[in-house]
Design a binder for this molecule. Sequence first.
Ligand code: HEC
Length: 211
Amino acid sequence: MSIHSIRTKGETMDRVEDRLKDHEYDGIKEYDNPTPGWWNLLFIASFVFSVLYFVHYQLGHGTSVVDEYSADLEEATAVAAARALASASKEVTEETLATLAAAPDQVEKGKAKFLVVCAACHGQRGEGLVGPNLTDGHWVHGDGSLMSIRKVVREGVIAKGMAAWESQMPPEELLQVVAYVGTLRGTNVPGKPPEGEKAGPQGSSQDGNLR
Ligand code: HEC
């Protein structure tokens, strides 16, 4: 069925003539065919929707795409941290510890533990008291990598009064404390003057940070 026959179905030729617009270009005439009502309605509805959407999500309290993304990211970091902790019973690597150090809830737990057992000698913010400043990028033991921090914390420095913490706390907590100490690196809190070798803020195990 051609378009023409649809239009003319049930209409007399007169009415068809009525609907023809009165202009003519190069012998071409045009019907007056307004966009259908439902189409206009759809257009207006989508416009109104977009205004409401903008007001709700951009200006109001709606969860924006950005909010949703950061919530997802946070969840993914937490999941990665939980996995890292689970795998830590088999093998702990620099990466395991870095994953924990990137997870705010793990770091928070580590910090709580640090304040209770470590701050007495290393200061509330790791700035050092009896024990060395942990924020200045200088290390007496190891290169400042998370693995070397873990080693000192596990084994202690008995001769200098730092206990071997491995036997003093659950393995999970020890990893969290190490992760927290990892986040202190390079924060350079004024306190005890630097001792030991200078490494990069992330430890000399990370290329480019060696100075
Ligand atoms: C009784 C005091 C004391 C406590 C408590 C203590 N430390 Fe220490 N820590 C020291 C001393 C002293 C040294 C330095 C040893 C040296 O100079 O060889 C040290 C060294 C370290 C180092 C190596 C620093 C470097 O420059 O190489 C790290 C890391 C560390 N402690 C972390 C911790 C953590 C984490 C805790 C809590 C679980 C803790 N310490 C609790 C006294 C303490």
